[in-house]
Design a protein around this ligand. Sequence first.
Ligand SMILES: [Zn+2]
Ligand SMILES: [Zn+2]
Ligand SMILES: [Zn+2]
Length: 770
Amino acid sequence: MAMDVNDARRYLINLTGIVQGVGFRPFVFRIAQQHGLKGWVENQGSRVLIDIEGKGEDIREFTHKLQNGYPQNARIAEFKICEQPFWGYSDFLIKTSCLEANTANFLPQDVAVCESCMKEFNTPGDKRFQYPFISCTDCGPRYSIISSLPYDRKSITMSAFEMCPQCASEYSSPSDRRYHAQTNCCPHCGPELKLLDANGNTVNSTNPAKMASQLIYQGKILAVKGIGGYHLCCNAESSAIQRLRKLKNRPHKPLAIMARNIEAVKRICKVSEKEEEILTGIRKPILLLYKRIPEYLPQVIAPNQKKLGVMLPYAPLHSLIFAADVDYLIMTSGNISGSPICYKECDALSSLKNVADYFLTHNREITVPVDDAVVKVVDMQEVLVRCGRGYAPLTLPIETNHEILAVGAQQKCSVCITREGFAAASQYIGDLNEYKTFRVFEQQINHFKDLFGYCPEVFAHDLNLDYLSSRYAKNQIGQKIAVQHHHAHMVGCMAENKLTNDVIGVIYDGTGLGTDSAIWGAEFFVGSLSRFTRAGHLQYVKLQGGDSAVKEPWRCAASYLLALGIEPHEFLPKIDPIAIDAVKAAISNNIKCFESSSMGRFFDCVAALCGFFTNITYDAQAAIELENLSYTDVDNFYTYCISETENGLILEYDDILKDILTDIQNGALKQLISAKFHNTVVEATAECICKIRKKTGLNDVVLSGGVFENTYLLERLILKLRNLNFNVYYNRLLPTNDGGISFGQAVAASAIIKENNHVSCCSCKSYQNQ
Ligand SMILES: [Zn+2]
Ligand SMILES: [Zn+2]
Ligand SMILES: [Zn+2]
């Protein structure tokens, strides 16, 4: 097309965001072709540079499409365009990636198999018919197979497979949908499946996936290698599930289900439009959904829960392991309870040999273990419960020029790094008390360092120096910044909601060290990203037992009852009186006692009084079961008292507990007690916040902390506060539990540096708490 020189324009466009591994350059190429534009496009680390020439009108349409029609997995964080002198290019080119290691900020996330690929997968005669490693520019593993940046064939574990001529031709044809698809492969040139027995011996089979599906159908337990690691998989029948629970040492914690398709999900759970969108979307996480009653599947999958964790097949391989008339499979992380997920074949074979009867595995290596993400819908919004496949790493813009490494807390640990205006939070790593998990934590940090070419100068950690994450940070060379646990919760929630001014922070949590050495966990803060004052808290109680009080909720109840001067025996009838007396003696002699304002422990106390006093086998089990049995149509609540002291508001527990004890003595149903207790916390919280608003004039309320995983509590409180005309913010992009702590620490540390008011972590007590 001849160009009228007067009408010709040239622009340089600079895009940053998730633009690698998502088919961005082929997309740019296609729209440039459509409009007859010339120039070039190039990947540079985390940005794409486009030099574009043509008619002004065509360029306008091109930039419109660029910003509005980009590939579904891409994210544009910044768009800059500036006019250049006309050059006179003769065609449009995709330049090969130029590595500027120091500019890489964004890592592409793993994407579930797309519809186009599934269509080919299900078409007999297609070259990739039933091929479990089918992928394209729109789908396939990314983050879990990357070993360096920029994202290219040579920087992912697919580099071990040389493309056959046919695949190579797809890869290099601009009109092909696999143009520059870095994971491109086919049965002739790509990875292959194999089936191993429990001893690691190959089971001869022409179709290992089909054989695996038959073994699962027969009730066997299989370890199946997926995208970010191994799953333990069995059929959804009681006998297989019970065997899996026993071998995995996971007696009660809910197990996730993979349903064949969305119709199968709807048969077992209620699914809203929003929920269907999440289930069938490009990330395909585990979604927590309300069960249909009567339950269709065995109760043993998620005992004492109203919800089930359900996902749809997201790797092509999954579609092969559903036998003909099977609609549901149990799919749980391939680990022994407490250990990290296995992602290497040798590790899986040694760690899971006593659980799995067979291993369905393959030779596409995983570079970083990524569990399935867990999400739910709250307040009509998608809320992340556990960051994992499809969501990790989570990259958010923050204001910083520093390279900070934030190491998180102890349980539900994750790490977060910052640089040049961005923070990247890792996937859920787990509980660092477990040695193997601590090793994964170190590996994750090193992986980030390698990928980003990154050398942190600042280390942000929890005030609690007993945490292994804090110890790790203390041993590094560089500046150390201790961030109070609940301040980190608040700041993380502020940052994801783009709040920078002072807010009222309500942090309801399990355990976190306070600046007065007490265990905090029901905190009313007034503050910003860099500082806070404690405007109020739940009345302290002297709790006895440290970790054992967390694992045995009846110990919390005994401590609370003794604080009220009440003999615990009557209210804990199933507990050995000798054990109760031991707690009593320890409290009067101050042995292993600590002051606590933890909301998590208060919930444990009430759960124990309602009958959940045996040992729990997973985190917060008693409180979760208390929430699950609550009536949802009850509005009344217990009497409560808030006192105003020179140290701020004290939400007292005396009246609440005494009312609960009266209800118990009168034989009230625990469903009712639970509902009234939840409502009391909502009412009392709202009143405290109103009192703080009166004093400060602040109207923005941030709700964070592990206790807000309690959907009943969170939804009721949001509603209540909105009715009182507050702006209410809660965690959606990051977990409200300790999985979100590292991000909060990173943002807080960066704000503290900026305002130059950081105090050395050696003097924790002088942490900003005026
Ligand atoms: Zn695809
Ligand atoms: Zn091939
Ligand atoms: Zn916490």
